[in-house]
Write a protein that binds this ligand. Structure first.
Ligand code: PAF
Length: 281
């Protein structure tokens, strides 16, 4: 597995793949890998000749009071895990390589970024779409792989790739969960024992939502209230948002019809967790 720290090095790696007629898959990450990341890498291996994983904690997508400096990092462990699943190259540039002095260009998707995490984390998606555009331009992948846990991010990136004719396939793969249902996230390591136990309410509330829909409930506000009630009654849970919106445009719905997402963000202490479920009626 090749480790590239500069744009020049990863471009040379990709050029060699291209010269050999190979397709390239990209898994963009911020590192501190868990089984969710590994499932993206494995899937990328199945459908592309070569797999590049970018490992870059992107300062542009963190707000001034967010956890950029504390975000968990373990480069050696990440490299060992990626190598184990057969990743061909890691692209892990320093901040100065991605954002040299004078950098002042940003990519912004409007509309669907105005809800959910876009509302509670101003500037977050602008940072994500800017770095992802740079990664796509640097690596020119045939396919890029994202997790459904970050459902809004996946929708925003799909929209951007389509709107800007980026000419690659965006693949979105199911959320990987712990045995008790908690969605895998690098931020789960911040949780203490009680918070970790209480955080299982997130997936339980989404499953209860799906069961209610299966039983025929269609009233979005009543479904939203049930999820909210379940979470609010859990010790330590502080709701950021619980929303039920249409897919893929993320518009509010009164009555469930077609594809809808129930999405939530909840804080346990200083840790903000997100999760979602999509149903089709
Ligand atoms: O999902 C993430 O880890 C990040 O938002 C991404 C897509 C790697 C961009 O920094």
């Amino acid at each position: 597995m090749q480790i590239c720290r500069t744009i020049k090095e990863i471009r040379a790696f990709v050029a060699k793949c291209r010269a050999e007629g190979q397709t390239v898959g990209l898994v963009p990450t911020m590192g501190y890998f868990h089984r969710g990341h590994l499932s993206l890498m494995r899937e990328a291996k199945k459908s592309c000749h070569r797999v590049v994983v970018s490992l870059f904690v992107n300062p542009l997508q963190f707000g001034p009071k967010e956890d950029f400096s504390q975000y968990p990092r373990d480069f050696d462990r990440d490299c060992a895990m990626a190598e184990e699943v057969g990743v061909d190259a890691i692209f892990s540039p320093p901040d100065s390589e991605m954002y040299p002095e004078g950098f002042c260009t940003h990519v912004e998707v409007t509309g669907i970024t105005g809800r959910l995490c876009g509302l509670s984390r101003p500037g977050h998606f602008r940072g994500v779409t800017t770095v992802v555009t740079k990664l796509f331009n640097i690596i020119t992948p045939d396919k890029a792989f994202f997790g459904q846990k970050d459902a809004q991010q996946a929708m925003v990136i799909r929209r951007m790739a389509e709107d800007l004719n980026m000419g690659l396939e965006i693949v979105v793969l199911p959320t990987v969960r712990e045995e008790d249902g908690l969605a895998m996230s690098s931020r789960n390591v911040y949780l203490d024992r009680d918070q970790r136990q209480n955080a299982t309410v997130l997936y339980r509330s989404l499953c209860a939502f799906r069961e209610a829909v299966d039983r025929g409930e269609r009233d979005a506000e009543s479904l939203r209230r049930s999820i909210t009630k379940m979470i609010a009654s859990t010790p330590g849970a502080e709701i950021d948002y619980v929303e039920i919106l249409s897919v893929p445009n993320l518009e509010p719905v009164a009555s469930l019809q077609g594809k809808v997402i129930a999405a939530l963000a909840v804080r346990f202490g200083r840790t903000r967790l997100i999760d979602n479920i999509i149903v089709e009626v």
